[in-house]
Design a protein around this ligand. Structure first.
Ligand SMILES: Cc1ncc(COP(=O)(O)O)c(C=O)c1O
Length: 446
């Protein structure tokens, strides 16, 4: 069988017997991925791709990190699984490492299987701890696909499964390029912050359990908030006795050039939700990490939470090795350092291409927003575009893939979120491929 025939057979096998997420099944066009290393992966045809999205913005250490693979192998030989009522070495060790790397008094972890169930459990913990029900979340946000998490999500992925859980209140986002308050950064009074307090006042502050926001918004378009955003949220939450929860599932573990996005503004939330970079995708794992007062609260109270695979032994061993890899390989420093090169290169793309309306970036977390016209800012494909509405944007991903670059392209956005181990040369190679492909979108722009 030729490589191409083997690849097609593999895709068919997957297509026929398994569902693909967030898609009309007949329209999916997966690559048959068979191997990966560092910043690259390759398909069954033997074609190699530079991974500019770290798969789903999670393979932060790079693919097949040798220390993480070795830790999984060693743990698998010793003990694969212990039920969540057992104490194990990797679980205790990972809990302690998380207390070390998270800010302030965040000190005790409840382990889950991924991000969405970590968000669900954070919502439950906030309600149990405060005795209040409402959760304030944002429109341009994604928190996961379990029922609680998708209810807190503002992104249109929630719409087909509504109504969700009760008690979610949504507010607007710090989206300076398309400010709903009609402001420009120069004239702005931080309406994106002040209106949140107004909403909380109308909702009854003593009924609001938590404000749940992504550290830096990820798949809804990378919105880096103004510098005073998180500090003022912290003040507002303290004023009303509301818990502040930072969802760091995508923005955590070095992505923004700091361990966690909130570290960029020295803010300590009451709870942090993590997953993705926690094991860099090598094994599923998520966690909610809570502050000391919340941890203490459950010392003499029942904790009504649990999952068969919570604190999975293999996953915790992978987590320990992943945190060691961030430290030993200097990955977070690399993200901060190369983030500056990335920022400068993105600004140059904006300067040189009529179709690039905005670029947003922090560390190695970034997006290119494409428009028909820089003056009107009309997007090249509308928000929540259906396949027929994508226009030239539908040509972008195939053109990138053809040139050996894989990334996440959604509506009028091209994401640049490479593994934190990427070299400057690899980063420049990927950006030059994007530069070339933007000539296709430029043809549709003024
Ligand atoms: C910010 C954020 N929170 C939660 C989740 C859900 O994580 P998972 O897909 O592991 O359930 C995601 C996934 O993309 C995310 O980006």
């Amino acid at each position: 069988m030729s490589d191409q025939a083997r690849s097609q057979a593999l895709i068919e096998l997957n297509r026929r017997y398994t569902f693909f997420s967030w898609s009309v099944q007949s329209a999916v066009k997966p690559l048959a991925m068979v191997g990966a290393k560092g910043s690259y992966f390759w398909d069954a045809d033997g074609k190699r791709y530079l991974d500019f999205s770290s798969q789903l913005m999670n393979v932060n250490t790079g693919h097949q990190h040798p220390k993480v693979v070795a830790a999984i192998r060693e743990q698998a030989e010793r003990l694969c699984y212990a039920y969540p009522g057992m104490a194990t070495q990797p679980r205790g060790e990972l809990g302690k490492l998380l207390a070390d790397v998270t800010p302030g008094d965040l000190s005790k972890a409840f382990f889950t299987l991924g991000g969405a169930d970590a968000v669900d459990n954070a919502i439950k913990l906030a309600r149990l701890y405060t005795g209040r029900q409402k959760i304030v979340a944002r429109y341009r946000s994604y928190h996961g696909a379990t029922y609680g998490a998708i209810s807190a999500t503002g992104d249109p992925r929630r719409l087909p499964v509504e109504p969700g859980i009760p008690g979610i209140v949504r507010v607007f986002d710090p989206h300076c390029y398309r400010c709903v308050f009609g402001q420009e950064p120069a004239s702005c009074h931080r309406e994106c912050i002040t209106h949140i307090e107004e909403v909380i006042r109308f909702e009854g502050p003593d009924r609001v359990a938590a404000v749940l926001f992504e550290g830096v918004t990820g798949s809804s378009g990378i919105f880096v908030p103004p510098n005073d955003y998180w500090p003022r949220l912290r003040e507002m939450c303290d004023k009303y006795g509301i818990l502040l929860i930072s969802d760091e599932v995508m923005s955590g573990f070095g992505r923004t050039g700091e361990w966690f996005a909130v570290d960029n503004w020295q803010v300590v939330p009451d709870m942090m939700v993590v997953a993705k970079g926690l094991t860099s995708g090598h094994i599923p794992l998520g966690a909610v990490i809570v502050s000391q007062p919340i941890a203490d609260h459950f010392e003499d109270r029942y904790l009504p939470l649990g999952l068969t695979y919570g604190a999975h032994t293999l996953a915790c061993a992978a987590g320990v090795a992943t945190i060691q890899a961030y430290r030993e390989d200097g990955l977070i420093e690399n993200a901060k350092h190369l983030g500056q090169t990335l920022g400068r290169s993105l600004e140059a793309l904006k300067e040189n291409h009529p179709s690039v309306g905005d670029v947003r970036y922090i560390g190695l977390f970034s997006v290119i927003e494409l428009v028909k016209d820089k003056n009107t800012r009309e997007p090249l494909a509308p928000w929540n575009a259906k396949p027929k509405e994508l226009g030239v944007m539908a040509d972008v991903l195939p053109a990138l893939r053809e040139r050996g670059l894989s990334t996440f392209v959604k509506w009028n956005w091209i994401f640049v979120v490479p593994p934190l181990c990427i070299s400057e040369e690899e980063l420049r190679t990927g950006l030059s491929i994007i530069d070339e492909v933007l000539e296709i979108t430029d043809k549709e722009a003024q």
